[in-house]
Design a protein around this ligand. Structure first.
Ligand code: ATP
Length: 852
């Protein structure tokens, strides 16, 4: 009894995990031994063991047992005979492998259930392989039957009896699908992978063909240019000869450079410096142009969202006829979910199109899945609100015929259909009364709902729903959208994903009190862009005077952030640097305009298309232009310290940068008129308001009240100058942002980051050097370039002569003094006053004489 107890104690003393470790080791040992016996199988062993007697086994000198070659002796010979000869030949090795795996899983205390599929797969592969080998063995006898075993031959024969020669085709198909399933469990992905291989091959063949054609064309062009040059040379020689003759006859005097330009204009009839116009006229004309542009932009942005309210598909869940006013409750059907991993698949293809850098888009898996609760509808709450609303309106003698209640994620919209004689605008004046009665903070009244004769009252839901970013991103609408910079802010009351293209807005102004959800909103914007845009096509400039909000994005620096050269912190946090960055962006904008002009295209899309087709030469400074999204999280801090110096570049970018792919997203928690100035406001037709403190703030941002009635946590209003849409902003947690940025940041980035131009002292507006002093040694070369390209731009000289902005600016000033180019005209290049090289030669000669 005592003995039993102690042994029980011995086993009982072991912890559960130690017991599992022991069992695991035993199982692994069993697998190992079976494996060893199979591997050391010898056909002759079985005959030998049959001749062995029990005496032989127990005799000390072993005798005949010594002749057994199996590594596991007699037991091994039996096991090997069973597995190799009787069952599936060497393919039976799958069995010890499976046993070993179970042993390992038990030893590590993992869930053995996870091996269910691999076990089934292993057994299936074993049977299939031995059957295939058995088929060939039975047909051709090329190799020993130890590869397939008797069972392999038997199954192959049965299959052959049933399907004849078709059996090998069936086996081949089964083998291919089995291997594909091993490579990738998801067959769709496998198909895509195989398709990818084919399209890669096709693409490289097409590249090769294109290259050959390009080479041919180049040769042809070279021949043509040579012929052209020879012709021009001949002509020039003939003209020079004639001029020399005529000069020797007339003996004409030389002109000073300053006189030469205008006279040459007169001679040629080309456009020179602008005719003198009064300042008032110029100001009036430019204001007119501005007004026109803003009107056009507002019209375009308005067309972004023309959808009438509550007019989309929605599911009716209940109708109530309890009293004399009917109420129908609806919940928007929402957008259709995208297929499993559809976005990842698309992104994989997209990444493959840009072989310059190996990049993997963040996968949808990184985002939190919404709980499967759906949109909860509290019918009692709805009935109670209906009662209060009707009660109040009845007291003011306003009669309502019917009500539709549309339950959104944050608020429910009650659409009231008033009796024909009711003045709709009267209802708005009872807003406060209604607010008090419903005790609801975020009550908003639309009297009428734009484009309809109904009145809308939005009442916050008692229990609001969080709109997870995944439920927005993983929709067909987002996945299949072909927007360049798609922003899916969140969901509308009708549960519809609200999506716009930043390139069409083209800039976005965001305001909201502290804690209202601005930062989450900016994270939503960035997340949408990261899930749809390749780093080759998108760069961010992040300006974050609050220093913490955008710091998470430091990790994506090598892929997505654009900075001024030599900047250590890729996220701009101090005002001076912010000012420098914005100015640098305006230079980038000017440079891009020059490139577009040289490329003879109107916008970045056509430019990139032309560049990617090889129609623009890299040698001439052309490059692929990514979109640049400039994020400013807290404009107020910048405006308070730098005012005009910040406002000016922002306004300039907002006015002009759209065509060259630079878009601004500017947020502030203080929507006062000295932060959101008239100039800034005029250039940002698309605006988002989160909850603000007062009606005045709401007016500053939206030009109307409403934002003061929002209820925070991402409840927002979007306006595009026309309609206004209430949206529940999708929620992106800090953890999700960390996952995404980690995923991107852990990949190898670009060798060189995207750098914005370096700002140097603006020489054009400062002292203009005297042409007689310090003429730059590149002056002549620069003049030739300017005349050849007929474009008086600093950046052209920078690129062609590989010099800094400072020097190029100085040379341009000297060229102005010499009469080669016209005066400074802001963002557009200076006019070139000299038509061709010949005229330039003459002018330079005169300048030489003058200097002597
Ligand atoms: N879309 C949303 N869905 C659910 N909760 C949200 C959402 N947006 C914000 N919140 C909640 O509100 C809190 C404050 O949001 P957020 O930090 O974005 O505000 P903010 O306006 O940037 O504030 P501040 O100006 O002080 O930085 C978040 O921590 C979160 O709990």
């Amino acid at each position: 009894m005592a003995k039993k107890n102690s042994s029980g104690r011995f086993l009982g003393g072991l912890t559960e995990s130690r017991k599992m470790e022991i069992i695991g080791i035993l199982v692994m040992a069993l697998g190992g031994l079976i494996g060893l016996s199979i591997l050391s199988y010898h056909a002759s062993d079985y005959n030998l063991i049959q001749s062995l007697s029990t005496d032989n086994l127990f005799s000390v000198d072993r005798g005949p047992a010594l002749r057994i070659q199996n590594g596991l002796g007699v037991v091994g010979a039996y096991l090997a005979h069973f597995f190799v000869y009787r069952l599936f030949g060497y393919m039976s090795l799958f069995i010890p492998v499976i046993i070993l795996s179970y042993g390992w899983v038990i030893f590590r205390n993992h869930d053995a259930g996870q091996l269910l599929w691999p076990t089934a797969y292993g057994i299936w592969s074993m049977v299939l392989l031995s059957t295939i080998l058995g088929w060939f063995n039975a047909e051709y006898d090329w190799y020993s039957s130890v590869w397939n075993g008797s069972a392999g031959i038997a199954t192959a024969r049965v299959l052959q009896n049933i399907t004849g020669i078709g059996s090998i085709i069936i086996l081949a198909v089964l083998l291919v699908t089995t291997v594909l399933a091993l490579l990738d469990r998801d067959l769709q992905t496998t198909v895509d992978t195989v398709k990818g291989w084919f399209s890669d091959i096709r693409a490289s063949f097409a590249d090769w063909q294109e290259e050959r054609q390009a080479q041919k064309k180049n040769k042809q062009r070279q021949r043509e240019t040579e012929a052209q040059q020879a012709k021009v040379q001949q002509q020039q020689q003939a003209e020079q000869q004639m001029r020399r003759q005529s000069q020797s006859q007339s003996g004409s005097p030389s002109r000073s450079p300053r006189q030469s330009a205008p006279s040459s204009d007169r001679e040629t009839g080309r456009k020179g410096p602008p005719e003198s116009t009064s300042i008032d006229e110029i100001v009036e004309r430019s204001q007119q142009q501005d007004r026109e542009r803003i009107r056009r932009e507002q019209q375009e942005v308005q067309s972004l969202d023309q959808r009438p309210r509550a007019d989309i598909e929605k599911k009716q869940i209940v109708e109530d006829h309890e009293d004399d006013v009917d109420i129908s409750v609806y919940v928007g059907e929402g957008d259709e979910e995208a297929g499993d991993r559809e976005l990842d698949r698309q992104n994989k293809d997209k990444a493959r199109e840009v072989p310059r850098v190996k990049y993997k888009f963040p996968t949808v898996k990184l985002l939190d899945s919404p709980p499967n609760e759906g949109n909860e509808v509290d019918l009692n709450e709805i009935k109670e609100n209906k009662r209060i609303i009707l009660d109040k309106l009845k007291r003011h003698k306003i009669e309502i015929r019917s009500i539709n209640a549309i339950v959104g994620p944050t608020v429910t919209l009650y659409e009231l259909d008033p009796a024909p004689d009711v003045k709709i605008s009267k209802i708005e004046s009872y807003a406060n009364d209604l607010k008090m009665a419903t005790a609801a903070r975020g009550l908003r009244i639309m009297a009428p709902i734009p484009g309809r004769s109904a009145v809308g009252i939005e009442v916050p839901n008692g229990k609001r729903e969080i709109v997870y970013i995944k439920s927005v991103i993983n929709t067909k609408k987002f996945v299949e959208s072909d927007y360049e910079l798609p922003l899916a802010f969140g969901k509308t009351i009708e549960n519809e994903v609200f999506m716009v293209d930043l390139t069409r807005m083209p800039h976005l102004l965001i305001a909201g009190a502290t804690g209202s959800g601005k930062t989450v909103g900016i994270n939503t914007i960035i997340t949408c862009l990261l899930y749809k845009c390749h780093p080759d096509n998108l760069k961010f400039v992040m300006i974050d005077p609050k220093k913490i909000e955008l710091s998470l994005y430091q990790k994506i620096e090598d892929h997505f952030l654009a900075t001024i050269p030599g900047t250590e912190d890729p996220i701009v946090t101090d005002t001076a640097k912010a000012q420098e960055t914005l100015e640098s962006l305006t230079m980038e904008m000017d440079e891009r305009y020059d490139l577009l002009k040289e490329g003879m295209v109107r916008d970045i899309r056509s430019y990139n298309k032309k560049f990617d087709n090889g129609e623009l030469d890299e040698e001439e400074g052309h490059r692929h232009l990514p979109y640049i999204v400039v994020l400013v999280d807290e404009l107020a801090d910048l405006m308070m310290t730098a005012g005009k110096q910040i406002e000016e570049p922002i306004a300039r970018l907002a006015q002009l940068a759209r065509a060259v792919g630079i878009h601004l997203v500017v947020a502030t928690q203080r929507p006062s008129v000295n932060v959101i100035t008239g100039t800034i406001k005029a250039n940002f037709p698309a605006r988002i308001a989160y909850q603000v403190a007062s009606k005045v703030d709401s007016r500053t941002i939206l030009d109307t009240g409403g934002a003061d009635q929002l209820i925070g946590s991402g409840d927002m209003l979007f306006t595009n100058g026309g309609g206004m849409t209430r949206i529940q902003n999708a929620f992106v947690s800090t953890e999700e942002v960390e996952e995404i940025t980690g995923f991107i940041g852990n990949q190898r980035g670009y060798n060189k980051k995207y750098e914005l131009p370096v700002i140097q002292e603006e020489s054009s507006s400062g002292d203009i050097p005297d042409p007689l002093e310090d003429i730059d040694e590149l002056f002549e070369a620069a003049a030739k370039i300017i005349v050849l390209h007929q474009q008086g731009s600093v950046s052209l000289l920078q690129r062609k002569l590989k010099i800094g902005y400072n020097r190029a600016g100085r040379i341009i000033d000297q060229l102005f003094n010499a009469g080669v180019v016209g005066p400074y005209q802001g963002s557009t290049a200076r006019d070139v006053l000299v038509e061709d090289e010949e005229e330039l030669e003459q002018l330079l000669d005169e300048l030489d004489e003058f200097n002597r």
